[in-house]
Design a protein around this ligand. Structure first.
Ligand SMILES: [Zn+2]
Length: 323
């Protein structure tokens, strides 16, 4: 900030010193006067440009800096694959598997089914699953993980998963992480199948292992850090997210310390890595999709930010009637 003020003052001072000299040239008329005028106009334009750039830097934003998404080859490829899958559907058998297993399927508005299926197909084509100890991951397992992961991006680009490289499913415990039911980095997701099965059919308990772990992947994608701010530093929404996460984190901790029940799990408040708050976004994501009405009532600001980010409105989803 100080560097910015100094720079702007220096520019103004240089122009101020040069003006009398150039002014003589201007008032003298003829070629020298025109030259002086051109120099003054040029200097003013340059100064304005420098001030604009410095102001933008001081606000933490650079003008016209691309988000990086479009420069990412893998992301472009994923988005292209999605275009090519436009209008494709899951098979009847795949739909039946989803219907019988994924609780949220019964709440998803009809208009979201087509984009959801298109994304699920791309996911299945693109992302590898490693074998479990007992043998290969089944078609059903792959489909259910893909479908839940794509629920998060049903209105977002496929390139949200541009850094994801593979998914590991474990029968029960994750090797080397005995207490974890799932883990995620920018590149990999580990899921305990035994635990996933326990949460996948419950659409309204606010706990969903797959949504939780893939929300971390999305949070990592923009900058390699999971700090519960899923938008890049260049986004105009960044500052709003940063302030909101800081305040909501404090609020969440206080509410749990007071013994109250809350729509976002306590884990979202207490777990932090090196001062970052990675769990707030992922726990809030589960709450957003599975307890939208309650989250909207208790934390309208969080609900609104997530609704803008995911471009869906789960508080208004209604359960479909089954025959
Ligand atoms: Zn987590």
């Amino acid at each position: 900030m100080l560097g910015f003020v100094r720079t702007r003052q220096e520019i103004s001072f240089v122009i101020y010193l040069m003006l009398p000299t150039l002014g003589i040239g201007c008032s003298g008329g003829g070629p020298a006067g025109e030259l002086g005028l051109v120099i003054v106009v040029g200097l003013v334009a340059l100064a304005v440009l420098v001030v604009i750039i410095e102001t933008a830097k001081a606000k933490g934003r650079s003008p016209r800096v691309p988000s990086g998404r479009l420069n990412n080859k893998r992301g472009k490829h994923l988005d292209q694959m999605l275009k090519e899958r436009k209008g494709d559907h899951l098979t009847e058998e795949q739909r039946k598997t989803i219907e019988e297993n994924i609780g949220l399927y019964h709440w998803l508005p009809e208009k979201l089914i087509a984009p959801w299926e298109e994304r699920t197909l791309v996911f299945l084509d693109f992302f590898p699953f490693t074998d479990m100890k007992a043998g290969p991951v089944t078609k059903e397992m792959r489909l259910l993980v893909a479908a839940e992961a794509c629920l998060l991006i049903v209105k977002r680009p496929m390139s949200d998963y541009r850094h994801l490289q593979r998914i590991h499913l474990w029968e029960d415990e994750i090797e080397g992480m005995e207490n974890a039911r799932g883990t995620a980095t920018r590149h990999e997701v580990n899921l305990s199948w035994a635990h996933l099965k326990k949460t996948i059919d419950k659409a309204r308990d606010g706990h969903n292992l797959t949504l939780h772990e893939f929300a971390h992947v999305i949070d990592f994608a923009d900058d390699g850090i999971a700090q519960s701010i899923p938008v890049s530093r260049h986004s105009t929404d960044y500052e709003e997210w940063r302030v909101m996460i800081g305040e909501e984190h404090q609020r969440l901790m206080k509410i749990y310390e007071s013994g109250k029940n809350y729509s976002i799990r306590a884990y979202g408040g207490y777990e932090s890595i090196k001062g970052d708050k990675p769990e707030l976004f992922s726990c809030a994501t589960s709450a957003f999709f599975e307890r939208g009405v309650r989250l909207k009532r208790e934390c309208p600001r969080v609900y609104e930010a997530l609704s803008k980010f995911y471009a869906v409105d789960p508080a208004n989803w209604r359960k479909k009637k089954t025959e």
